[in-house]
Design a protein around this ligand. Structure first.
Ligand code: NAX
Length: 327
């Protein structure tokens, strides 16, 4: 058996974590031979609910779970962690403007960035799920000067999987037979789900698709899928979000399949003309615990416009919190 790794999860008593923690404990993220120590973090007010989660974990008697620790602060919670999944965030309250939401979360993710910097394992891999995820990841990273910005990522994998699922459903394929889907930009309604390079059974899908279906049905559907789910179930996506987080981390650690790529929000290095200094979703391949942006995908005028629009939104988000960031 391998040595256990430490995994921190914030917002651990929330809806997404209620799926996420149990799937990690079952070995879905790091494999059936990797024991884990779970360091679950919540707000002090939610510690009683978190104790309930811990009881349920005990009642599952998962063989991979070496220990479960409960924390009401980021400093202790991130101690020596190899993986940090930042799920907890402040939700948008009544009458709250987007700027207020960004600022409230800037405070939370500044604290968490500093705590990761000071207490986590130096190789920690961080995934931000809590919204606004891209900008929260940027804030955490800017507050962790001792860690590389490349260690901070945000989740667009749910959007990626939504795009793949929707396309597979439309063409009557299994999602496993669909490859080379990409999501560009922000995890928000401006994201660009891109299937121009997608293949099914190794053949390009574009010749068999109607351009009108792509622009009027497929793209808006993926962009608005979160809202569609809230309208249907009265709550936001939880199991599928947890699944996206598991997929994101598993592929980052274990690698992406040959001939395919996935989408991750990562610090822009200027590829495809995207401004540096924002956390933007790119198509990536992962090998040996590292990710690399897939280069030289063809970008037509329509794609360029869509990629710019979502970049612009991220630049605006960054500008709104810039005064709160360390230089
Ligand atoms: P819940 O409201 O069910 O749970 C959030 C939990 O976080 C609560 O238990 C709360 O006490 C805790 N929390 C808040 N601030 C904290 C802090 N500073 N430290 C530790 N814990 C803290 O929300 P849930 O449905 O689980 O969603 C969590 C976040 O994921 C939200 O911000 C949501 O918008 C975001 N999402 C992101 C997605 C993505 O693809 N990136 C998709 C799903 C989801 O909408």
């Amino acid at each position: 058996m391998k040595r256990p790794v430490r995994i921190a999860i914030t917002g651990a008593a929330g809806s997404i974590s209620n799926s996420l923690i149990f799937r990690i404990a079952a070995g879905d993220m790091l494999g059936p031979d990797q024991p884990v120590i779970l360091q679950l973090i919540e707000r002090p007010e939610a510690m009683e609910a978190l104790r309930g989660v811990a009881m349920e974990l005990e009642d599952c008697a998962f063989p991979l779970v070496h220990a479960v620790r409960l924390h009401d602060n980021a400093e202790d919670g991130f101690s020596k962690v190899h993986f940090a999944l930042l799920v907890g965030a402040k939700p948008r309250g009544k009458g709250m403007e987007r700027k207020d939401l960004l600022e409230a979360n800037a405070e939370i993710f500044s604290v968490q960035g500093r705590a990761l910097n000071d207490h986590a394992n130096p190789d920690v891999k961080v995934l931000v799920v809590g919204n606004p995820a891209n900008t929260n990841a940027l804030i955490a990273s800017r507050n962790a000067p001792g860690l590389s910005p490349s260690q901070f990522t945000a989740m667009s994998r749910l959007d990626h999987n939504r795009a793949k699922g929707s396309l597979a459903n439309h063409i009557g394929a299994n999602p496993a037979d669909v490859t080379r889907v990409a999501v560009w930009g922000n995890h928000s309604a401006t994201q660009y789900p891109d299937i121009r390079n997608a293949e099914a059974f190794g053949e390009p899908v574009m010749p068999n698709l109607d351009a009108k279906w792509i622009s009027e049905t497929f793209i808006p559907r993926v962009q608005q899928r979160g809202a569609e789910i809230i309208a249907a179930r009265g709550q936001s996506s939880a199991a599928s979000a947890a699944n996206g987080a598991i997929d994101h981390m598993r592929d980052w650690v274990k690698g992406t399949p040959d001939g395919d790529f996935v989408s991750m929000c990562i610090p822009s290095d200027g590829s495809y003309g995207v401004a540096k200094g924002i956390v933007y979703s790119f198509p990536v391949r992962c090998r040996f615990g590292r990710y690399q942006i897939v280069q030289n995908l063809p970008i037509d005028d329509d794609a360029k416009q869509r990629m710019k629009a979502t970049e612009q939104e991220l630049l605006e988000e960054k500008a709104a919190v810039e005064h709160l960031l360390p230089a």
